[in-house]
Unconditional design. Sequence first.
Lengths: 297, 492, 335
Amino acid sequence: MSTDRLSVLKTYKLYMGGKFPRSESGRVYEVTDSKGNWLANAPRSSRKDARNAVVAARKAFGGWSGATAYNRGQVLYRVAEMLEGRRDQFTAEVAAAEGLSRAKAAAQVDAAVDRWVWYAGWSDKIAQVAGGANPVAGPYFNLSTPEPTGVVAVIAPAGSSLLGLVSVVAPVIVTGNTAVVVADEFAPLPALSLAEVLATSDVPGGVVNVLSGSAAEVGAPLAAHRDVNAVDLAGAAGDTGLATELEVAAADNLKRVLRPAATDWAADPGTGRMLAFLETKTVWHPTGGLGAAGSSY
Amino acid sequence: MTHDATHPSGSPAAPAGLFTYAPAPESRAVVDIAPSYGLFVDGEFREAADGSVMTTLSPATEEKLSEVAHAGEADVDAAVRAARTAFTGWSALPGAERAKYLFRIARIIQERSRELAVLETLDNGKPIKESRDADLPLVAAHFFYYAGWADKLEHAGFGPAPRPVGVAAQVIPWNFPLLMLAWKVAPALACGNTVVLKPAETTPLSALFFADICRQAGLPRGVVNILTGDGATGAALVGHEGVDKVAFTGSTAVGKEIARTVAGTDKRLTLELGGKGANIVFDDAPLDQAVEGIVNGVFFNQGQVCCAGSRLLVQESVHDELLTALQRRLRTLRVGDPLDKNTDVGAINSAEQLARITELADSGEAEGARRWTAPCDLPSQGYWFAPTLFLGVSQAHRVAREEIFGPVLSVLTFRTPEEAVAKANNTPYGLSAGVWTEKGSRILAVSERLRAGVVWANTFNKFDPTSPFGGYRESGFGREGGRHGLEAYLEH
Amino acid sequence: MTVGYARRYAPLVTMPPSAAPALADVTASDAALRRFLHGLPGVDAVGLDARAAALGTRSIKTTAKAYAIDLAISMIDLTTLEGADTAGKVRSLCAKGRHPDPSDRTAPSPAAVCVYPDMVPVAREALAGSGVLVASVATAFPAGRAPLEVKLADVRAAVAAGADEIDMVIDRGAFLSGRYLKVFEEIAAVRENCARVGGGAARLKVIFENGELATYDNVRRASWLAMLAGADFIKTSTGKVAVNATPSNTLVMLEAVRDFRDATGHQIGVKPAGGIRTTKDALTYLVMVNETLGDDWLSPHWFRFGASGLLNDLLMQRQKLSSGRYSGPDYVTVD
């Protein structure tokens, strides 16, 4: 009889409104490593889970978008700190999920941490880069400011379970959007663990909501949902049928759509993923003169 | 085309008094409209492949102005091919050379601005005062503005070496025919794209005159192609596989259809769609200017403006005072002959649009809102709708929810700033909003909370080529104007 | 404004006995007056300028132009206010007032001839029986920097000499330093001194010198202040500073008299003065009157132009309308 200690397994759950519920459907599916070994049973999210996640995201939008940019930057930096602290756990999960060596997986985790830090720093800079004063030909003050578009449904990329995930979630929320994230169906565990990091990092509940399951099953109601403002279809890369279906559904309320594209998640991401989910608001106000005055007696 | 066609007789209607303005018609002789026009493809005018034509009318008189070709799929294909062929050379030109073409175009527009203003007024029905003082100056300014960008794109914030997208399919509405053309064509060309543009079915003429301006400017053939036609023409253009970029301004319903059409393709898309703008007047507003802003907000261009301030949200404590002043002001509006220099409100663009306005206005009455119409005599010929208010409107009325796109203002009230913002945002649209208050902090707080792409504070319906324009939510996506307007036409 | 405005302000508005009943609260103290004047709706300068400019684009042709030219002529306060004025100069101007266009006796006469107080007797005699009124600036015009008693004596002298109308200047120093009650009381005192021995009174025009008040908000406040104090007319300026009447500052005053009548039932006249030189200028002002106030103010009793050179330009345009040929300065009289 072995004296090895039997480990305690983690039950992976969804993340919604700052809480960790099971799927309301009660369904789970087997998640395996790259060699087919069982890792965990992940919740298989339903349409109703998607709906509940949108409600949570909408509820969180006012507070998160209304927070100061400095505050959002602080919160996101805190996420990086917490992620760094769980480096070993994520290295193991990424290694298992993506079939990477421990060293390569660790490099992915490091890159993911660095990406959080990079995006965190954008919180109070993007408005200066993307907005500004417009020199209109008249006596008006005119200022364009980027604003978050609202609730963004994110279909996380397949095959990059943490770095890819972070690379699509951070740019959405750093500017004040809230997100409903559909994790990579076949490698959802890093995403579900990331939720635990978010929950302990001062990120208000509902700012990020994480669903595991089928992108097709959960993506469809999200893309069609009238209280969702935008969709990032990163995870539909390679599935033209799904991408098209979701884009068509998104047209119903004219969501902003970021189409899937072949992406090197390790490369410099640029500002594109932030700009895709920003609206430009332009405010005009008359200036006028000070009033001509003077006497010539 | 003869120049002796009839105008609505007499001066624009306004209540008769001691000082009655005599008719002051702008001369129509300044514009020479040909009896028929072809499509402008690859630098030449040609008939539609199947020879079909359509007629364009003066909405003020229902007089036939001209016959224009009706482009079909074969013509769309030819135009897209011409644009594709031209793209190679045009995109390879140094930016400074593209800039000079655009500067030429801007200058020629200025030179011909009176002619174009009269043409626009004839084809669209808008007052000459507006086409002369608003549309045409903005058209020229837009080309000037984007001309200057053509050789500075690497500094625009879209990467060190931004490239053009390719062939742009552009479909524009009838409310500001030439201005919407400028908003589409100027940034596209500046960025090195070539275009196929389809003007609206009821207002094709100024785009065809623009084709002539391109020829005068020596623009290489195929860089700008103009296809006149109807909705089917637009659909064929948007759906053509040779198109890299689609830009549409028009109704939200068609915008959604286009979004579905381009789904799953690599075509880039920007949409500038409808609106139901709220114009919020607080009790500490500069009231006389607010009245002017309300009038300008919903009666400019007969209210046929996507960013019109068609919902007046007035603080209850100042409602009676403001409404009395507004009604007094509306009694002085001069409705009639668009070519008369004193006309404030011209003709509705088409019988179809008039029917839509009429139906929605009737629904307002049926749903119990109080209708008030400015006293004015409308001409017997043409398409007319008197400036109209609906009082006692709630958010549940159709006239408060649906875009009327006509000279109809729905008046609602609110009690607190919070309520004003909530009501203003309570719409699927998000294009424009107005805020009137002398309190600076309230302007900033309310502006920040409004979900609209353009907020006019203590002013309304101001436009400038440097100022980005576009909507939130179902008012579309993408911005036109300013540095932001370049993004739609650059790969980055 | 109108009914709502009246409801809002009527309880506050207190009128001099001559103008309206129930003067009490608003002018009871400097503080009350300040609260009232600063509670008036603000003026957005850019919006105001845009509205004035838009009205300036009205195209007044043919019959409308003929009507407006004659109306404008009839509204002129033909003015000479020079240190070098002599009896001869004033008589010459009065002769022009009697017969503005010697070649066309159908040309209407201006409303009044406006002179310094010492020239009132000359003007009175020269205009006797003509129907042209005599207006006189008083109150140490144009600066108004004299003790109140001196100003009132100035007024009394002009009235006694036969002035039909008195154009006074307000104390801009007091206004700009917030002593509104002082301005109010001075206007009221001048008004009392406009009374004629034996009954009746000269009509009182109150000049703000908008160019010194500088902001449109101040022009609106000055308008209400003067109307509350019993002005018969409010007038933009003396014509002696850099900024005189402009379409914008006149429009603020037109709005003020409109709102004042709605609030109190009392109609007050408006007189832009200084810088109005051409027929086109005059037509712009008449369009503003027409579209802001309407028929009730389209008469010399309620609207005036303070001008001198304007008359000849109107006459030349009048000749052009009747002859079809452009006229020239040799065909109008220089007086």
